[in-house]
Design a protein around this ligand. Structure first.
Ligand code: FES
Length: 169
């Protein structure tokens, strides 16, 4: 009778416990590997080459779509690369990645402060060059290179500037 029970449950508790520990250590090893890969990705972000990377030029707006103190969202160079185009109060067009460099919340243009603002953790960036003005963002916003061609505004590349400290400038 007891042997029938053992056949239905061929792994006794001790062995089952052993397998559980082995699975646990496998999980810990995989989790450590994931953390290591995340650290490498973070290190890669901080080592992004400074300077301008050229992409296929693309029209992103009509000049008349904007006015001084206004902004609009667009994507460049890929549809998933969210950006923001601003016409500064002085009339100049500037554009930046819209993903906050802290935790990727979308930034918006604050005309009253003439800056790009992230509402998630009160982060702010300069409208002039994207450097960090306040809050936890660790890096400036990548700047999208734009130029006026006739009645259109074109994007031609993305410029990574110096690293920001996250402290007020
Ligand atoms: S996600 Fe922008 S400040 Fe945290």
């Amino acid at each position: 009778m007891d042997s029938e029970v053992n056949n239905e449950f061929p792994v006794d508790w001790e062995e089952d416990h052993y397998f559980s520990r082995r699975e646990f250590f496998k999980f810990v090893t995989l989790a450590s590997g994931g953390l290591a890969m995340g650290s490498v990705a973070l290190a890669a972000w901080t080592k992004l080459p400074k300077g301008t990377i050229e992409f296929e030029p693309a029209p992103i707006a009509k000049v008349n779509d904007l006015a001084p103190g206004k902004a609009l969202a667009f994507s460049y160079p890929r549809p998933s690369d969210l950006c923001i185009l601003v016409q500064k109060p002085d009339g100049e067009f500037v554009a930046y990645s819209r993903r906050c460099t802290h935790l990727s919340c979308p930034v918006d243009y604050q005309v009253e402060n003439n800056r790009l603002y992230c509402p998630c953790h009160n982060g702010a960036f300069s409208i002039d060059d994207g450097h960090v003005l306040q809050g936890p963002p660790p890096h400036p916003l990548p700047k999208v290179v734009v130029e006026v061609r006739g009645d259109e505004i074109w994007a031609t590349g993305v410029k990574h500037t110096e690293e920001g400290s996250g402290e007020a400038h």
